[in-house]
Each structure stands twice: as structure tokens, then as C-alpha cells.
Design a protein around this ligand. Structure first.
Ligand code: AMP
Length: 332
């Protein structure tokens, strides 16, 4: 079976954009591929989180992905730091990664610009760790956004370089995974582009938010004074709300409000009330699951252990090969 690897940032609460833009495709992948989904807690150390924040975020993200349907029996959902082989291969691969190519990485340049006071070596070698996450499972595919294309290219470079150095075909070249379905970009509620955690107060609809908070966010979403011509094109703010509605409401509901818009009879208050109720009906069962899983240490522990065991199994197989190729030989 073909192998897919994908990282998950441990940055706390997930929103509707994460679900429709990432988690949903994970759910499909776990049915058809051998999948490794890891919570990238080692990567997150470049920003120096406190131990409490790190643990809290990993717990939250793990609970959320499980609540959304990632199944420990179908995929390997694991925490990166549970697999020491990753750190080991990272050490080896760093020996063949060059300062020039690492400094040229677009994400490194962005981070230096954004945080000139914290340009640590981990940030510089971030692409090496990322390559290791992928190469260690000999992945065929990696689902990547546009901003990650360069990292995938660097992964291929590092893998190829290792292969050439030892005259072997140890690491296959991972390809970008493109889902056949359209990639969905979920707009935010504040019209600054796609829904995002960093989009400011009121932009994102989080699964773990209280229902009243979600209702308020949707009711406060900016609209306009209403359509003035029949069948006019919807301005961005209105189209965004319709786009969100398409994800959670029935066809009848969408057609109903679309037709009211086209005849200039829409009342945005009613429209948003309906949208809020449909969002909540979609979010509620997942939210309830998050709540129960988050506080269930036995369940979380079992899930994380199952994932770690699968990942360690696959990683150790690669490492045994790599150690031997490098020339490490135990004298005992
Ligand atoms: P982030 O929240 O930036 O860590 O993103 C995690 C995953 O969710 C990535 O695969 C993103 O592409 C996806 N994602 C985040 N926000 C959106 C959005 N508004 N629409 C679609 N996908 C998104």
C-alpha cells in the first residue's frame, strides 16, 4: 500500500477551515493508504513554548483529531517526540545539509524577518527535520500546500543526496499529494481571506468554542445594506457567508437564501441565524466528543501508544538500514 505522511502543528484549537481543508482529506486517506500523521511537537520548540503550553496543545490537538474521526486502528496518529528514531536520523541528515541551501529556504527567510531576536539553529535546519519526518517512513506522498512545495523539494534533495553518497536506493522520492476533489479554502468571518487562528477576534469558528461564542461570531459577521438589483453578484463579505453555508447547510436552505438574495428580499439577520444553527448542528457532535476525549487519559494514552508503536516500527526499520549504510558497527 502506498505511504502518506503528514504533519500536524500542535497549535491548539481547530476551526472549520482546518476541518474542510485538511482533516477531511486525512479521513479519506486513512481508508486508502498507509498513513502516518504526526503531531509536530519537536518542530514547535523553535518558538520556545512553555512545558505547560506544549503539553496542553498536544493534548488538545490529539483529542480533536481523534474526535473528528482519525482512527488509531486505521492510521498511525502519533506524537513526533515519541519516536526517538526521528531525532537520530535528523542528526545524521544534518551532516549532509549545507548552510547555503538552508539559508535560501523561503520559510527560513520569513522567520528571520518575523523574529530577528530568535534565529536559532533549529529554525535553520527545520527543513532537515521535515525531510526526516517524511523519509523515515519512506513516504510516497505528502499532502502539501503551495507554501510547502519548497520543503518537499528539499526533502527530495536530501534523500537523493543520501542515496548517491552510499550508492543505494534507500529513500524513494516523495511526491506532492493532490486530492482529486477540489481543495477547499474556507473563508473567515472577518473578510481577511481564509479562516485562520491568527485572523483576529471573531474570524474563526473553533470546534471547541462555547455555542454562544460561535453564535455571536456569526451574528457579528459584517454584511452590507443588502442587494439593490435583482440577481446581482454578491460582494465578498456576503459570498463568504454563503460559502460557509454550503459546507454545513442543506441544499434547500442554501437555495432558499440564494433565491431571497436574488430577489432582494433577504434579511441578513435571519440568514445568519440559520447559518449559526447549521454550523452548530455540524460542530456539536464533534465538540462533545472533543470534550469527553480531552479528559480521558486512558483513551488518549492508548491512542498515542498505538500510533507511536506503528511509527517506531516503521522508523526503526529505516534506521537499521541507515546505520549500516553509514558504517556504524557495534563491537559488542
Ligand atoms: P494551520 O491552522 O495553519 O496549522 O493549518 C492546518 C491545516 O489546515 C493546513 O493543511 C491548512 O492548509 C488547513 N487550513 C487552515 N486554514 C484553512 C482554511 N481557512 N481553509 C482551508 N484549509 C485551511
Amino acid at each position: 500500500m502506498e505511504i502518506v505522511v503528514s504533519g500536524i502543528r500542535p497549535t491548539g484549537k481547530l476551526h472549520l477551515g482546518n476541518y474542510f481543508g485538511a482533516v477531511k482529506s486525512f479521513l479519506q486517506m486513512q481508508e486508502n493508504y498507509q498513513t502516518y500523521f504526526f503531531i509536530a511537537d519537536i518542530h514547535s520548540l523553535t518558538t520556545h513554548p512553555t512545558p505547560a503550553d506544549l503539553q496542553g496543545n498536544v493534548r488538545q490537538v490529539l483529542a480533536e483529531y481523534l474526535a473528528m474521526g482519525l482512527d488509531p486502528d486505521k492510521c498511525a496518529l502519533f506524537i513526533q517526540s515519541d519516536v526517538p528514531q526521528i531525532s537520530e536520523l535528523y542528526t545524521y541528515m544534518n551532516m549532509n545539509a549545507y548552510l547555503g541551501e538552508l539559508e535560501r529556504s523561503a520559510s527560513f527567510k520569513d522567520k528571520v524577518r518575523a523574529h530577528p531576536d530568535n534565529v536559532n539553529a533549529g529554525l535553520l535546519t527545520y527543513p532537515v527535520l521535515m525531510a526526516v519526518d517524511i523519509l523515515i517512513h519512506k513516504a510516497d506522498y505528502v499532502p502539501v500546500g503551495k507554501d510547502q512545495e519548497q520543503h518537499l523539494e528539499m526533502t527530495r534533495t536530501f534523500g537523493r543526496r543520501f542515496n548517491n553518497m552510499y550508492g543505494v536506493e534507500c529513500f524513494p522520492e516523495p511526491k506532492a499529494f493532490s486530492t482529486t476533489g477540489e481543495l477547499i479554502k474556507v473563508p473567515g468571518l472577518t473578510n481577511q481571506g481564509k479562516m485562520s487562528k491568527s485572523g483576529g477576534e471573531g474570524d474563526a469558528i473553533f470546534f471547541d468554542d462555547e455555542e454562544e461564542v460561535t453564535r455571536k461570531k456569526i451574528m457579528r459577521a459584517v454584511t452590507d445594506s443588502g442587494p439593490t438589483e435583482l440577481n446581482q453578484i454578491k460582494p465578498e463579505a456576503i459570498q463568504n457567508l454563503f460559502d460557509i453555508m454550503k459546507l454545513v447547510s442543506t441544499k434547500d436552505t442554501i437555495e432558499h437564501f440564494d433565491s431571497l438574495y436574488n430577489t432582494c428580499e433577504i434579511r441578513y439577520g435571519d440568514f445568519k441565524k440559520q447559518l449559526a444553527e447549521d454550523v452548530l448542528s455540524f460542530v456539536r457532535p464533534i465538540r462533545e466528543k472533543i470534550q469527553s476525549i480531552k479528559s480521558d487519559d486512558t483513551f488518549l494514552g492508548k491512542a498515542a501508544k498505538t500510533g507511536a508503536e506503528k511509527a517506531i516500527d516503521s522508523a526503526e526499520k529505516t534506521l537499521r538500514e541507515v546505520r549500516e549504510l553509514i558504517g556504524f558497527k557495534r563491537f559488542y
